[in-house]
Design a protein. Structure first.
Ligand code: NDP
Ligand code: 13P
Length: 330
């Protein structure tokens, strides 16, 4: 079985930096590509990333580069670029047959593609995997206990990558359901915005619990219609991540929702921010994809309209509460 020891990280945001630190913590050489010179310089000179992961001390064995070509000799790449920018970055990757492990959580506008779909179109022959679950970057960088789903169509690849990424405090659970892992991560971001809205608007904990469980029903309907396995959606990459990000303002998506719930416009909340709340990008995309397939996703649709400034919180809540009564299983 191939062993993967020589990792490269594509993306110098909070999650790319935390994954790089996970792998470099005990002195293993890890190379990370970041787009911004400021991030590259801070990682190399100060062993910190104050822009995206303030407070984390990084291992000196983690080296950053602004040149993607320097990842050409790595035998596996963790790709941690927000989905709206992913296609452009993948197109610049150096030629290699090293597996690509996708760690981003979203769906691309217009193409309705998940990271795996984008990658398959660009690299039809390259082995692909997905890494997704309840994993706040700052906690992983601090070495706190974390479990995550690692999915690849080839079970031997999933197992080899899981073995390479596992640490005493970081447990990957293997799966062959890549689409399930991707859908869980993309949809939970949208639902975290919804839960943040409920929190910011002071609508109470009953409403939040209702949103988590009815949101999970939406995730499940969307996932099953697209070939995901129910077990994946009920696992770390789905329900696990939903619970994490729907209950903590450490989630950027939840925090964005809190701002909306307090009455600030999405445009004001999004202006000048450098960190991503992927759910704001994905909500209109998932809502449109669901509509096109005839899948009922009222919470996702409400978040999409709130982010677009097409409705107000009170009206969106009223619309959700006045839907016809129905059996819970639908
Ligand atoms: N933060 C977390 O706890 C977790 C995040 N994720 C997912 O990981 C992905 C990355 O998020 P995260 O690391 O938090 O990002 P951050 O919000 O911390 O940072 C923003 C990232 O976007 C990149 N970026 C901005 N503009 C562009 C562009 N035009 N082209 C290419 N890259 C650009 C930045 O790169 P640069 O530095 O070069 O500007 C930076 O890596 C997202 O899909 C997120 O959902 C998944 C699990 C946990
Ligand atoms: O995906 C995450 C944790 O699993 C991080 O969530 P946010 O992007 O909402 O901060």
């Amino acid at each position: 079985m191939t062993s993967y020891e020589n990792f490269g990280i594509v993306g110098g945001g909070a999650w790319g930096t935390a994954l790089a630190q996970l792998l470099a913590a005990e002195g293993a050489p890890v190379r990370l590509w970041a787009r911004e010179a400021e991030v590259v310089a801070a990682i190399n000179a100060e062993h910190r990333n104050p822009l995206f992961l303030p407070g984390a001390a990084l291992s000196p064995s983690l080296a950053a580069t602004a040149d993607l070509a320097e990842l050409g000799d790595r035998n596996a790449l963790l790709v941690v670029v927000p989905v709206p920018y992913l296609r452009a970055v993948l197109a610049e990757l150096p030629a290699s047959d090293a597996p690509l492990i996708f760690c981003s959580k979203g769906m691309e506008a217009e193409s309705f593609a998940f990271p795996i779909d984008i990658a398959r179109a660009i690299f039809p022959q390259r082995p692909l995997a997905v890494l997704s679950g309840p994993t706040f970057a700052n906690e992983v960088a601090a070495g706190l206990p974390t479990a995550i789903t690692l999915a690849a169509a080839d079970p031997a690849l999933a197992e080899a990558l899981a073995r390479a990424l596992a640490r005493p405090h970081f447990r990957p659970y293997v799966s062959t359901d890549m689409i399930g892992a991707e859908i869980g991560g993309a949809v939970k971001n949208i639902l975290a915005i919804a839960c943040g809205i409920v929190d910011g608007a002071g609508l109470g904990l009953n409403a939040r619990a209702a949103l988590i469980s009815r949101g999970f029903a939406e995730m499940t309907r969307f996932g099953l219609a697209r070939g995901a396995e129910a077990e994946t959606l009920a696992g770390l990459a789905g329900l696990g991540d939903l619970v994490l990000t729907c209950t903590s303002s450490n989630s950027r998506n939840f925090a964005l929702g809190q701002g909306l719930g307090r009455g600030t416009s999405a445009a004001a909340l999004m202006a000048d921010r450098r960190t991503v709340a992927e759910g704001a990008f994905s909500a209109p995309v998932v809502a449109a994809a669901a509509r096109a397939q005839g899948i009922d996703m009222p919470i996702t649709d409400a978040v999409a309209r709130l982010v677009a400034g097409e409705t107000h919180v009170a009206d969106a809540v009223q619309a959700l509460l006045s839907r016809p009564l129905r059996p819970e299983g639908r």
